[in-house]
Design a protein around this ligand. Structure first.
Ligand code: SF4
Length: 331
């Protein structure tokens, strides 16, 4: 069960006495966020709006939604990072999953006994890293936990950012990801180029996601080669507040024009196949928002992420693109 740190929320409201607040969190956590909003309204008698749009991470806080509503404080729930606030009125609130890893960690030990592993997880399970580490070590596995960097805590990864795992990748035989997310684990497998296992406490299973990750990479590479045949490109700037990157967009425009390509510029909040179908005369797209939009979704035309676009430029210059995803941050 997800446990939201309501105590921290109540304390902030008591201190700052806002007239209204907004809350948001990952889709799977919205029912719990609704309960917290109700608790705030009952306790303080102020409106608490649940922003029900997506919030994929700290790159997608939707603080504009809170501003439009006139909510003085936004509580972004469930994206634990090593910072507690953004600007003056966006507070990051912990929400940890209290599911036990004991059973699945013991299973993992049977598979990986004698190996050296890098232990990583996402925001919701950071509070259990130490206990899982102990179980694995008591069962003959050597555990490394890479250091955090930027917004990442020690042992934490995002879907596009893998610094802790990259720090220890040359010292380990495999990655072990605590949680249910094949999404995080597959990125981890590709950036580190190591066998990667998911420790799923809900299904009580240890999943090897290495082959799934390689399938994603093959699809991403095929898109790059298809895009290399394009003459007209659409470059898309994402309008989510933490994903906006005009600099990269304009850099790709310049570089592609040098290679004789035509370029149009677009901006979108949600980059979906349906939205792109409205745009005519474009052979291939490059989107400089979230890299996983390109690697994890299906599009009618090639839609490259930033690392794929860098690889495309290399292909156009007849350079090697080996290892283009083996970087700590896919931007
Ligand atoms: S993978 Fe996408 S949604 Fe997740 S942190 Fe990176 S940019 Fe944001």
């Amino acid at each position: 069960m997800i446990v939201i740190d309501e105590k921290a929320i109540f304390q902030i409201i008591q201190e700052r006495k806002p007239v209204s607040v907004a809350l948001n969190g990952p889709d799977g956590m919205l029912p719990r966020v609704q309960e917290t909003a109700t608790n705030i309204m009952n306790r303080f008698g102020i409106p608490a709006y649940v922003l029900a749009d997506t919030t994929w991470g700290t790159c997608d806080l939707n603080s504009n939604g809170a501003k439009v509503l006139g909510a003085e404080i936004l509580f972004n729930i469930g994206h634990t990072i090593n910072m507690s606030s953004f600007e003056k009125n966006v507070f990051m609130i912990d929400a940890f999953d209290d599911v036990s890893f004991d059973g699945v960690a013991a299973k993992c030990a049977e598979i990986l006994r004698g190996k050296i592993i890098s232990l990583v997880t996402d925001s919701q399970h950071l509070n259990q890293v130490d206990s899982v580490k102990s179980i694995l070590e008591n069962n003959g596995i050597t555990v490394k936990i890479g250091k955090g960097k930027g917004q990442l805590n020690d042992g934490q990864v995002f879907g596009c950012e893998f610094y802790p795992a990259m720090e220890v990748r040359d010292q380990v035989d495999a990655n072990v990801f605590m949680g249910q997310s094949n999404f995080h684990a597959s990125g981890l497998a590709l950036s580190t180029n190591k066998p990667t296992y998911v420790l799923d406490p809900y299904f009580n299973e240890v999943r090897d996601v290495t082959e799934f990750a390689l399938m994603l990479q093959r699809k991403a590479t095929l898109s790059i080669y298809k895009a290399a045949e394009a003459t007209t490109f659409g470059i898309i700037i994402g309008l989510k507040e933490g994903q906006i990157s005009k600099t990269f967009a304009l850099k790709f425009k310049r570089e592609l024009e040098k290679e004789g390509k035509s370029v149009q510029l677009f901006a979108l909040t949600d980059i979906t196949n349906e939205r792109l179908r409205n745009l005519r005369g474009i052979d291939a797209f490059i989107q400089v928002a979230c890299p996983r939009i390109s690697t994890d979704n299906q599009f009618d035309k090639p839609v490259l992420s930033t690392p794929q676009a860098n690889a495309l430029l290399k292909i156009l210059r007849h350079e090697n693109i080996d290892d283009y995803l083996q970087i700590p941050h896919w931007l």
